[in-house]
Design a protein around this ligand. Sequence first.
Ligand SMILES: [Zn+2]
Length: 94
Amino acid sequence: MILPEKHYVTNLIIRDCHDREGHVGAGQVLASVRQKFWILRRHAAVRHIIGGSLQCRFWNPRLCEQIKAPLPSPRISPCVPSFRLWAWTTSVRY
Ligand SMILES: [Zn+2]
């Protein structure tokens, strides 16, 4: 049975498979749905349904990122080697 991407029945079928499989990822839901139905643009439809699943959002929260200050300019500018380091690397002994 061929189903359109954005249809109420299509959403119900995808949501049912998603819930029945235990809130698994898009690949598993696609495999489950494809056994009986052929949904046009099914990847986008499944991602839309999974993105709206409250249980998935609760169990897989988006991780917070630490807010960092920009590095000071001496840390990001290339350093000029000192004369002593230059003399040691070039085998010049003084
Ligand atoms: Zn879910």
